[in-house]
Write a protein that binds this ligand. Sequence first.
Ligand SMILES: [Zn+2]
Length: 295
Amino acid sequence: MKTLHFGDVTVDRLVEAEGPGFHPGFFLPEAEDAAIAAQHDWLLPHFLHADSGRMIQSVHAYVIRTPRHTILVDTCIGNDKERPSTPPWSGLSTPWLDDLGALGVAPEDVDFVMCTHLHVDHVGWNTRLLDGRWVPTFPNAKYLFEKTEYAHWAAGEEDGIQGLGSNDGCFEDSVLPVMAAGQAILVDGDHALDDQMWLEPTPGHSPGHVCMNLSAAGQRAVFSGDLMHHAVQVAHPEWNSRFCWNGEMSRASREKFVHDKADTDTLILTAHFPSPTAGRIVGNGERCKFVPVEG
Ligand SMILES: [Zn+2]
């Protein structure tokens, strides 16, 4: 994704990993092969790997710069974390922080970190390992956590997902150290960061999942986190991921989102769509499709 410009606000995407991942039949248990095939004309080769049929996905953060603030949205998986339920995400050593530096952003420059939810691939770089301890990666940042989401994980509730009941330790190593450092702010699901950016509750994938809206220079974008994981869900918003906490709520949030954003100018910035990632939801007969845009 090229740098997006919204007047004097810029948005960059910072990739940690990208490539063919899960098979849709595993990741979207309600998906039917024939229904996916009916969308092949726009899904291939961008969103589905032609040979294997696997979903092409990405793990990335967004870097928003306004004249006053630098804001990170979702912080990927992170380095050095033990993730026994997800071995490919365990003990990573990626240059993500150096890549942030290459964008001209040092850790000290980040003013806000906003996590759309507190899953393992959205909080990782909240902290880094320093002298054997997890410390906030961004020493001057305030980290915004939605209250309901924080309370869910703080209560140690099981989320009903086999093997991910504890979210693989990410609350302990990537959220609690931020709280202990006094850098966390627990916010409502409709919290406004300023007059250009505000949160919007979209519960279901997790209890307190939020999207973040951006409106600047007459343009709109929404950072939609894991409201949907793959572009085929634009055509079939009724399909939940197998990692959704409450299927009924997740489906309702996603269906409303697709309906509301279809055939508008709002740029959609999801957490896992592959390059170039940004795009719009466009009517396509009885359904919708996702049309990427190149910055
Ligand atoms: Zn995710």
